[in-house]
Write a new protein. Sequence first.
Length: 293
Amino acid sequence: MKKLFLLLLVLVLPFLRIEIRAIEMVDEVEDEIEATLSATPVVEPTIVVEEKPNIVEDKETVEVEKYEVGEWNGFNSLRYLIAWAMNRGVASNTIVLLLLLPLIATLVSVLHYMGGFSGYGIFMPTMIAITFLATGIFGGLLLFGMILGVSLLGNFILKKFKLHFWPSRAISLLFISLATFVLMIFSSFFSLIDIRQISIFPVLFMILLSEEFTRTHLAKSKNEAKKLTIGTIILAISGAIVMNFGWFHEIVLKYPELIVVLVLIINILVGNYKGMRFSEITRFKDGIREDKK
C-alpha cells in the first residue's frame, strides 16, 4: 500500500509543480501590470474654452514685430508714428480704439443727418458703442436695462423721503452698484451673458446713459426720454457692429492715413447735406408730390 502511494505521488508531483509554477507566473504578470498602471500618470481630459478676443479689455491686437510700415514716403508718416508709439509701450488696442472713435462718430453723424436717428448727442452713442464691445450687445442691453430699472425704482422710493438731489443720486448709485455686483455673479452661470471680467468704465457709461434718461424724463417728458434713449442704443449698436470686425482693426492700423482722410471727406459732405432725411421721407411720403409725366 505504501509503495502504491509513493508511486502515485511520484507520478502526480510533476503536474503539481507545473500548476504551482503557472499560478506564480500569473501572479507575477498581475503584479507587473499593477506596477505599470500605478507608474503611468493618469491624464484627465481637459476642455479648452476658446475666448473671443476683446478689443476693449485686451491690450494687444497686433504685435510690434508684425507691424509693417514699409519705406517712408511722406504719406505713411502716421504709420511710422504708430510704430514708434507701439515700441514705446503704447497698447495697439488703444491706438485702434483712438482711430475708431472718429469713425464711429462719423457713422453716428451720417445716421443722424441722413437717416433721422436722434440720440443724446454724438459722444454718448460712441461711448455706449465701446461699452457694447466690452460686454457684448446682449450683455450690454441687459446691463443697461438693469441699471435703468434700479435707477427708476430708486428714484420712486427716495422721492418719498424728500431728499436733496445729490444725496438722492448718491443713494441711487449705491443701489446700482449692488445690483451690478449681483448681476456679475449671476452672469457667471450663463454662457450667453458673462460680464464678470469687464472693467468699471462700461458700467459708468451705462450709468451716464440712465442719468440722461432720468434728466430728460424730469426736464421734458417720458416720451422724449424714451425716443432719445432708443435712438442712442440703435446708434451705439450700429457702431459696435462695425467695430467688432477684426479685419477692420487691421485696416485701421495698416492705413491710418486713409482713415483720417475718409473721416474728413465724409463729415464735410454730411456737414453740407441739405436734403431730406430718410425717416422724414417715410413720415411725409403722403405729402410729397410726384411729378406726373
